[in-house]
Design a protein around this ligand. Structure first.
Ligand code: SOE
Length: 389
């Protein structure tokens, strides 16, 4: 058996469950230089984390995240907590020489993200690796989209059109969970799902957002305080609290290279459950990714004879397609959870061969700078430049 990569995970809700599935699966799907071992999971509730360890497959459990970092049988700390704890945990882990995988967005502020990126860069010299968990990069159809853009298949990109549409808080009586509190989440739809489409569009185009003009809205101003919550569901009490984050964020953007873009991130798109869609229009064609049809990539090839032109649908299940050789014969589809398995594949391989995985904490800092520019623009109703790294 390959050398072990011993993992300690902090947090065990939705992302913790998705990461656990990936740690359990990755070495059974891919031949990798290291074998992931699920040593310890950490959570605030003694009973909750004990049940999570049993359910998710962790060898031990604790309620003290610092003990995870102090253990000499943990090589990598996987941070699956709300954003208000990312910086403290990541900085402590890096100082202890642990590799770090941190869920998105990297932090709740630019200042924290800068500190984390600087610490990660310094740690690289000690062979310590970091990655931020923008999992949608690892959907095969998204990775293929990037490959086709890089190959020039759609020419010069003129338009980027990205939406991330959810509706889990349309009910005004849905409780005030942590994702709706600025002091915990940093922002609302903007940082939670807007971060995904910012990273994804910069990844597939290879271009960075340079300036934005934005509008945000909070439709429901107060909600019942939660009595219990898990993932995206919760139950409420009679007492109410103020919603301190955006319910929706819409912005226009200019990317380097000349493309102009539209972005929409909202949790009030009634009927849309996890509606992530990106369309690129170029001088030679277009590409469309729709998460609700995540095994397909839409392609319009304007170099064909006019009579042959039309949006085709590439079924992204061939062994030649990114990640797919590890799974099933052509035509057999994969799911949301595979994006996390692919994320762990790339992280383990990078650590095993001694290179820095992507997206780095510096890549994630750039996303944080875009989030900050959107928030500043929404507050001033002006076009706003994205600060430099
Ligand atoms: C809630 O909006 C959420 O769980 C996000 O936090 C995840 O990043 C996204 O992948 C699914 O929806």
């Amino acid at each position: 058996m390959a050398e072990q990569l011993r993992v300690g995970m902090v947090g065990y809700a939705f992302m913790g469950a998705a990461h656990s599935q990936a740690w359990r699966t990755v070495n059974h799907a891919f031949d990798l230089p290291l074998w992931a071992r699920m040593r310890v999971v950490c959570g605030r509730s003694p009973d909750g984390v004990a049940a999570a360890a049993a359910r998710l497959g962790w060898e031990s459990h604790t309620t003290d995240w610092r003990s995870v970092i102090e253990r000499d049988d943990v090589d990598l700390v996987d941070i699956c907590t709300p954003g208000d704890t990312h910086a403290e945990i990541a900085l402590a882990a890096l100082a202890a020489g642990k590799h770090v995988l941190c869920e998105k967005p990297l932090a709740n502020s630019v200042a924290e993200a800068r500190e984390m990126a600087a610490a990660a860069t310094a740690a690289q010299a000690r062979g310590v690796r970091t990655m931020c968990g923008f999992n949608y990069r690892r959907v095969p159809a998204v990775a293929l989209m990037r490959r086709m853009v890089e190959a020039g298949r759609i020419g010069e990109i003129r338009h980027v059109r990205a939406v991330y549409l959810q509706d889990w808080i349309v009910d005004p009586e849905f409780p005030l969970v942590w994702r709706l509190r600025k002091e915990v989440a940093g922002s609302g739809a903007l940082g939670d799902i807007g971060a995904h489409i910012i990273d994804l569009t910069q990844f597939v185009t290879g271009r960075s957002i340079r300036s934005v003009t934005a509008a945000t809205e909070t439709f429901v101003k107060s909600r019942p305080l939660p009595t219990a919550s898990s993932g995206l569901s919760a139950s409420g009490s009679a007492e109410r609290g103020e919603v301190t984050v955006d319910d929706a964020a819409l912005f226009l953007a200019r990317l380097d290279g000349g493309a102009i873009a539209t972005y929409e991130a909202t949790r009030f798109a009634t009927g849309r459950k996890n509606g992530l869609r990106v369309e690129l229009n170029g001088s030679l064609g277009s590409l469309v990714f729709d998460f609700e049809r995540m095994n397909e990539l839409g392609f319009y090839d304007a170099t064909l004879p006019a009579a042959d032109q039309g949006f085709s649908r590439i079924l992204v299940t061939e062994p030649e397609h990114p990640y797919m050789a590890a799974w099933w014969p052509p035509g057999h589809l994969i799911g949301y959870e595979h994006s996390f398995t692919h994320e762990m594949r790339d992280l383990i391989e990078a650590i095993g061969v001694g290179k820095d995985p992507a997206p780095s904490f510096t890549d994630a800092l750039q996303v944080q700078l875009v989030l900050d520019a959107v928030a500043r623009s929404a507050a001033t109703a002006r076009w706003t430049e994205v600060e430099s790294i």
